[in-house]
Every structure is written in C-alpha cells, then in structure tokens.
Design a protein around this ligand. Structure first.
Ligand code: KG4
Ligand code: ZN
Length: 355
C-alpha cells in the first residue's frame, strides 16, 4: 500500500510518499520562513498564497523522488484541519483532485493525528500509549487508544508551548521561528540566573499554562540595564526559560503517567511515553522526558526532529492507518479550521489555541 500525504496547515508546504511497511519513499518540506520573517510571525494570507504557489511543484518532486507514478498510489491523504483555513483548503483541493483523477480514495487527516501516530511510523509502537503533543498551536497530554480514538488528559488553558518559545525569542530579538533559536542560545546560558515561574506545577491535574511565564520573561527583560541586550543576558534568560519549561513539562506529564497507568491496568507491557509536535525537536526537553519515563518505569519514544516539525510523511502515514481500517472520506469533505482530537474533552477555560 502506498499513500501520498500533503500538509499545508501552517507555514510548511509538504508532500511525502509512504508505504505500509513503514518506508518513507519521499519526504519533501518547503518552509515559508523567509516569506513570514519580515512580519515576525505567520501571516495567514501570505501562507495561503505561498502554499498555492508551491504545492504542485512539491507534489511532483515527492512523486519523482519516490520513483512512482500517480497510478501506483492507493490513496491520497491531506491535512483536513485544524489549521489556517486558506492553507488547509489548498492541500485538501489538491489531494481531492489527484484522488478523483487517479480514482483512489481521498483521506482527510486531522493534523494532530498526524503528529500522534508518527511514533508508529518511526518506532512501530502498539496502542495504547501516552502522548505529550507540543507544537506551535497545541500543548496536550493524550491517551492514544487507537486510530481516531484519543482521550485528552490535559491541555493548556492559555498559550501553546511553541507559541511561548516563539514569543520569548521575539522579545529577545532572536527572530522567527523561536524554538530552535532559544534552544541554541540556552546552551551557553546559566539556568539559575533568573527565577522564572513554573505555572501549574504541583496541581493535581495535567493541564498547562504558559502566559504567566511569558509575562515574567518580558518583565525580566524590562528589568535589565537599558540599551541593547547583551549576548550573555539573552543566553541566561533562554537557559532559565528552558529550565522552567522542562520542569513544568515533567511535573504535568508525571501526573498524566499516573492517570494513564490507572486507565490501562492490565497493560500491554511495557507502557510508553511519546513526545511529538514541533517542540519535541528540542533536545534538552527530550532528555528530561526520557529520564522521567525511565523513573516511572515507562519506555520513551520521540520521532527524529524532522518528523516532529510539520511534514507530509506523518499525514501519509495517518492516511495509511486510516485506509487499512476503511476510514476514507468522500469529496464533499469540508476543511476544518478547528478539529479537536477528543471531542468529548471539556474545553479548558481560556484555551485560545487552534483546535
Ligand atoms: O508542529 P509544528 O511544526 O507546527 C504546528 O503544528 O504548530 O510546531 C512548530 C513549533 C514552533 O512554535 C517552533 O518554534 C517550535 O515548534 N519548535 C521548537 C523547536 N523546533 C520547533 N521549540 C523548541 N525547541 C525546538 N528545537
Ligand atoms: Zn504540527
């Protein structure tokens, strides 16, 4: 079984070809970072136009690299949401058109499901597993029970973690996207120099909050001597920020691990903690979560960094999983700007995030 996957929900235009034996035959990603850089963040209209310009070329390139023709495809999958609607429409329309012409099923994939199932592509994991999904638009802990079957154990009540990284980077003049820049600057900084808050730490649930941390970063910058920020101050603040984020993630995930353990009492042993989404590319965060998992007797899995940030392979793989279960969509599918993985989860107060 071979599936073409298309991802256009944010600022990456991506297409990939994946086979059901977990081989990635092609994985092409074009970042629009340069288009958005002058604005210091993603501009939806700019993104939609860029996707339109890039999509045909990138699909062609992916097919060429895979060395197959459209007739060799068993289905075409595209991110159907959540995300910036202009971009999602471009991907969905392209996938539907190819599927209609080749006469194979079209599959609308929830972008978050793409992130959630990546560990099955990379590590061949069995269900169920515990997932920490941390990206530019989301910060959630989920019990992944099967394809399309998710229980949300915790979520952010305000900002997503990637957003907090991006805003911190912006305040420090580190540019966009901020996550990798903050991670790098933190390497030469002193984690103990600034006392930043650990929001929600110690609470019994598995929810997150990052707006207070962001505010404290701003106040700390304002408290520094006037004039241009010094390289060491930037490094120390990034290191302190990393430290706070790692502490919070471990504290919240530790609670979710206990909930997960109670949910699946007779487990498929051993149980596994997976981290996915763009922020999962952050090496110190991975290391801390791996240590937590081992302390709790859990296995740990994290996809390689290029499959943590947005990509087409995760959409193609989720397409394969759905195709195997007969879960295809018809051409009347409408792109969904919002699309929660667990529709039964109560909405967290103030959760202004994408899903
Ligand atoms: O999953 P993703 O590519 O797009 C969304 O679905 O949101 O995640 C993008 C987010 C951005 O906020 C980016 O700053 C963050 O992931 N990110 C990182 C790192 N690489 C990307 N955050 C921290 N450390 C990184 N190395
Ligand atoms: Zn994503």
């Amino acid at each position: 079984m071979i599936v073409l996957g298309i991802e256009t929900s944010c600022d990456e235009t991506a297409a990939a070809v994946v086979a059901d034996d977990r081989r990635i035959l092609a994985d092409e990603v074009l970042s629009q970072i340069e288009d958005h850089r002058p604005f210091g963040g993603i501009v939806p209209e700019v993104a939609a136009r860029a996707h339109l310009d890039l999509i045909d070329g990138i699909v062609e390139r992916a097919m060429e690299k895979a060395g197959i023709g459209f007739q060799d495809l068993d289905a075409v999958a595209a991110t159907g949401g959540p995300g910036l609607i202009g971009g999602v429409l471009v991907g969905v329309m392209t996938a539907k058109s190819i599927a209609a012409v080749v006469d194979v099923p079209f599959i609308a994939v929830n972008h978050l499901e793409g992130h959630a199932l990546t560990a099955r592509l990379t590590d061949g994991l069995d269900f169920p597993y515990l997932l920490l999904l941390v990206s530019g638009g989301h910060c959630q802990l989920l019990a992944v029970e099967g394809v399309g079957r998710y229980k949300r154990l915790g979520t952010t009540i305000d900002d997503a973690l990637g957003e907090a990284f991006d805003k911190t980077a912006k305040m420090l003049g580190l540019g966009f996207p901020g996550g990798p820049a903050v991670e790098k600057a933190a390497l030469s900084g002193d984690r103990k120099r600034f006392d930043l808050p650990r929001p929600m730490k110690g609470r019994l649930n598995a929810d997150f909050s990052f707006s207070g941390l962001k505010t404290k970063v701003r106040q700390t910058i304002e408290g520094l001597p006037e004039g241009p920020l010094q390289t060491q101050d930037i490094a120390d603040l990034c290191a302190s920020f990393q430290g706070a984020v790692e502490d919070v993630l471990c504290d919240r995930t530790a609670n979710a691990i206990e909930t997960f353990r109670a949910m699946f009492r007779e487990p498929v042993t051993p149980q596994t903690l997976v981290v996915a989404g763009g922020v999962a590319a952050n090496m110190p965060i991975r290391a801390r979560l791996e240590a937590l998992a081992s302390e709790k007797g859990f296995q740990f899995a994290a996809p390689p960094a290029n499959l943590c940030t947005d990509n087409g392979a995760m959409i193609a793989w989720a397409g394969i999983e759905r195709l195997q279960l007969g879960m295809t969509d018809d051409l009347t599918f409408k792109a969904r700007p919002r699309w929660p993985l667990d529709p039964d989860a109560p909405s967290a107060i103030g959760a202004g995030v994408k899903a």
